[in-house]
Design a protein around this ligand. Structure first.
Ligand SMILES: *Cc1c(COP(=O)(O)O)cnc(C)c1O
Length: 408
């Protein structure tokens, strides 16, 4: 077998996206032992960076080792006690993931669903919250499957007023779109690395407040070998968290000055996350969000000028994902395969009711650059012409160029 060699790619999917070269560079830094003060210092620095990223004063902000769904599962597993009621408003594929995880941990899950391609009127969710009176409301912020962005502030305020826990999947938005954990009264937020942070997949930064920490700590299981008689006595009434790996009460002890051993922290991924978030803050949150909407605009103008139809309600479009209706008579998968083969460009298809109906282009993090936007427009135009689609030749690139020239 030969030494590893990967083909050159332009990754324009809604994740994973191209990793920032500076992140790749720190990933070749030598590892440290997990209790080495030099390493625990890096752990603390990462927590500080994550608080800024999530715009929160929460004590707890640290990564779960695993892909983004590990963050979702850790929060849900640690908060849900069997029989708890949980409301999940669904507007795409990832809402169903929250339902799936909730049910596995014994929640009584209530759902409401709106058409894929739209989001909810917050008042409709608040009405349902008042009717169902759940302990937990869990929902997605940016639905990558449909490219829609759900406004959260009003829902968060309602949950706080009614003393319910509001848990948000911000996997696809963190670092690319505004996510204000404290201001929007989000009790726990889960982020992802391989989307707008431009870090490889394999970690999930989370944050949660004291309301969540209180639930987690009330379920803390003590280890027989080290517990006192008193502590063991108290264990009688608790419903311990059903997962060891995802037990936030143990994880937060590991991330606190106590450094109680849980798992062995994923050294290289922590370096990568630290650098990824450092780069986000170096660019500036608002500058970064603006960069995403700037390139989104060039891409959208280009696609529309080409004669393609964008999918979904424009009022709730996610700036970092653009969905295109596959023109009738065109084989969406054949176009994607040709784009990859001839140009080395990857764009995405979708799931469930949208499979075969739309393509999705991500403009996230390091992938969100002028050269990538122009390249994907050029490649798509060439392949669509090859497949016989009726498009306006040359118009897409010119429209995008004019956006860039205006700004420059
Ligand atoms: C990508 C994504 C996930 C799942 O992330 P994994 O890293 O694949 O586990 C969850 N929610 C949303 C909104 C996503 O876009």
């Amino acid at each position: 077998m030969k030494e590893l060699q990967t083909p050159s790619r332009t990754i324009m999917t809604p994740g994973p996206v191209e990793v920032d070269p500076r992140v790749l560079r720190v990933m070749s830094t030598p590892i440290l032992g997990q209790f080495d003060p030099a390493f625990t210092h890096i752990m603390n620095e990462t927590m500080t960076l994550l608080r800024s990223l999530f715009q929160t004063e929460n004590r707890w902000a640290y990564p779960i080792d695993g892909t983004s769904r590990s963050g979702l599962e850790a929060v849900l597993a640690s908060v849900i006690e069997p029989g708890d009621s949980m409301l999940v408003p669904v507007f795409g594929r990832f809402g169903h993931l929250l339902i799936e995880i909730g049910q596995r941990y014994g929640a009584e899950v209530h759902t409401m669903e709106c058409e894929w391609g739209a989001v909810f009127d917050p008042d409709d969710i608040i009405k349902e919250i008042k009717r169902v009176k759940p302990k937990i409301v869990a929902m997605v912020h940016g639905e990558t499957s449909t490219g829609r962005l759900q406004p959260l502030k009003q829902i968060g305020e309602a949950c706080r007023a009614l003393d319910m826990l509001f848990i948000v999947d911000a996997v696809a938005t963190i670092g690319g779109v505004e996510v204000k954990v404290d201001e929007w009264k989000i009790d726990a937020a889960i982020g992802g690395t391989q989307k707008c942070l431009s870090v490889p997949s394999g970690m999930s930064p989370i944050t949660y407040n004291d309301r969540v920490a209180a639930v987690v700590e009330s379920r803390k299981k003590v280890e027989k070998g080290i517990a006192t008689q008193d502590e063991l006595q108290k264990q009688i009434d608790i419903s311990p968290i059903k997962s060891n790996y995802f037990d936030l009460s143990q994880l937060q002890d590991y991330w606190s000055p106590r450094r109680l051993n849980h798992h062995t922290e994923a050294t290289t991924m922590l370096y990568a996350l630290r650098e990824g978030v450092r780069l986000v803050l170096e660019e500036g949150l608002s500058e970064r969000f603006q960069r995403h909407t700037y390139h989104e605009k060039a891409l959208m103008k280009g696609l529309e000028a080409m004669g393609l139809e964008l999918f979904g309600d424009p009022d709730c479009k996610m700036p970092v994902v653009t969905c295109i209706v596959i023109p009738s008579g065109i084989d969406g998968e054949a176009v994607r395969a040709d784009l990859l083969h001839h140009f080395g460009i990857e764009i995405a298809s979708s799931f469930g009711p949208l499979a075969g109906r739309i393509w999705r282009i991500g403009t996230m993090g390091y992938s969100c650059r002028k050269e990538n936007v122009l390249f994907v427009l050029a490649g798509l135009e060439a392949i669509l012409i090859k497949h016989g689609a009726a498009i306006h030749c040359g118009a897409g690139l010119q429209a995008a160029l004019s956006i860039y020239e205006q700004a420059e």
